[in-house]
Design a protein around this ligand. Structure first.
Ligand code: PEP
Length: 251
């Protein structure tokens, strides 16, 4: 099967005010000057307050933007929430759903994540659906089973397989500087691919499966080269243009 076009997405989390857009602009310049390896796609997911201004600063660099969450409904009485249509209106192409921080901080279940992903697809946004085991689940040998259950529950039926992205993010690797071994990453990404093919048939091969969790310039090349790793979701190292560009360059 053809390898999908790789994607490197940056998750700024709750970091970044207007001044931080200088980094987005610097990234746009680096990408415009040097290009992206393997024809990959690049996206930045800033706090929603920066989406429109970031879209303007990125200009025609080809770098896409994304939200970090969306509500399952299209509009209505949901104070503090943001709909997929609003992200789209702000220029977004992607939206992260079911990040482990949202699952933990806001009690998001697989079902809630699935509804958010469905709302994104219905709005013509590409959801980046996050899954990943905790440290105790890894230690007790349940990691693959946990992730399969999250995949089954968090991915809506009837989605175009090119229009959905999975991010495997072991919770214990996020922001800790720890990463699984390359063999463990390969095992998990293969298991995810198998599950997607079981569910979607050949189309399962076109779903991009990103790795996330302490990706850095120093480990990106070896991790991004693992089979079935179709790019990365990058937290801390996406905040500075030079670090993020080093990761993009490792594709
Ligand atoms: C993330 O939270 O999506 C992430 C991968 O964070 P970090 O790169 O900082 O571990």
């Amino acid at each position: 099967p053809l390898r999908p076009i790789p994607l490197i997405a940056g998750n700024w989390k709750m970091n970044g005010v207007t001044a931080a857009l200088a980094e987005a602009e610097a990234l746009a310049t680096l990408v415009a000057t040097h290009g992206v390896a393997r024809g990959g796609e690049v996206a930045l997911c800033p706090p929603a307050t920066l989406l429109m201004a970031m879209r303007e600063r990125l200009g025609r660099s080809g770098i896409a933007t994304g939200g970090q969450d969306c509500h399952a409904r299209a509009s209505g009485a949901h104070t503090g929430d943001i709909s997929a249509a609003m992200l789209k209106d702000a220029g977004a192409r992607f939206v992260i759903v079911g990040h482990s921080e949202r699952r933990a901080d806001h009690g998001e279940t697989d079902e809630a994540v699935r509804e958010k992903a469905a709302a994104a697809v219905a709005t013509d946004l590409i959801p980046i659906v996050c899954v990943g085991e905790t440290e105790s689940q890894r230690l007790s040998g349940e990691a693959v089973r946990v992730v399969e259950r999250q995949l089954d529950g968090s991915i809506p039926d009837g989605v175009p397989t090119e229009g959905i992205v999975i991010a495997y993010e072991p919770v214990w690797a996020i922001g800790t500087g720890l990463t699984p071994t390359l063999a463990d990453i390969a095992e998990m990404h293969e298991a995810i691919r198998r599950r997607l093919v079981e569910r979607f048939g050949e189309g399962g091969h076109s779903v991009r499966i990103l790795y996330g969790g302490s990706l850095k310039p120093g480990n990106a090349r070896e991790i991004l080269a693992v089979d079935n790793v179709d790019g990365g979701l990058v937290g801390g190292a996406s905040l500075l243009a030079k670090d993020f560009f080093a990761i993009i360059s490792a594709l």
